[in-house]
Design a protein around this ligand. Structure first.
Ligand code: ZN
Length: 189
């Protein structure tokens, strides 16, 4: 059944799609382009820097990212490796490799986990290979917030959330907020 892109909305934890198995996107069609456009729109509305298809209820291996460059030059599109995007970027059937050996803690949030933030440790550099909306395969090396954002969104395609990566103390500290989210979801249903 075709997806009505205009009707897509961000779903919150504990929506089933956030834990479901995802499938490769077989072909770049108008439907895929419309869904990507809607995901970018939703990401901007929510003032996020990334959004993965499971977060709009789809079992597609696709995400969108917009990590803006910073004025102090810490995040840049032109640095090598890049640490920002030149506007919104779409990654279809992505794979990650080339992780650096370091693990850097940084406070993350998630558009599907409102009010929940905590440190997540991730490698500072990695390489992404994906297909763009024109059906072209591309490879890019990223570092800093861009590499982090790729890893966060890629985790969504594997059904992994930031709460799974928090340390024990952080998990305890967000327990009540998670329960509130879960009960809100039950009311919605
Ligand atoms: Zn997220």
């Amino acid at each position: 059944m075709p997806v009505d892109a205009d009707k897509l909305q961000i779903v919150n934890y504990p929506a089933e799609s956030l834990r479901a198995k995802t499938m490769p996107v077989p072909e770049i069609t108008d439907e895929v382009r419309a869904v990507a456009g809607r995901m970018i729109e939703l990401m901007y509305e929510a003032e996020g820097i990334g959004l993965a298809a499971p977060q709009v209820g789809l079992d597609w291996r696709m995400f969108v990212v917009d990590v803006p460059p910073s004025e102090d030059g810490e995040r840049s599109v032109d640095s090598d490796p890049a640490s920002a995007t030149d506007g919104a970027a779409v990654y279809i059937n992505p794979s990650l490799s080339g992780f650096s050996r370091d693990l850097v803690p940084y406070e993350e949030g998630c558009l599907s986990l409102p009010q929940i933030i905590g440190d997540v440790r991730r490698p500072s550099t990695c390489t992404i290979k994906a297909t763009d909306l024109d059906g072209r395969e591309f490879t890019q090396v990223g570092e800093g917030l861009l590499a982090r954002c790729w890893q966060h969104e890629f985790d969504h395609l594997e059904g992994i959330l930031i709460i799974d990566k928090f340390d024990l103390a952080t998990r305890r500290s967000v327990k009540a907020a998670l329960e509130t989210l879960a009960s809100a979801q039950r009311i919605v249903r």
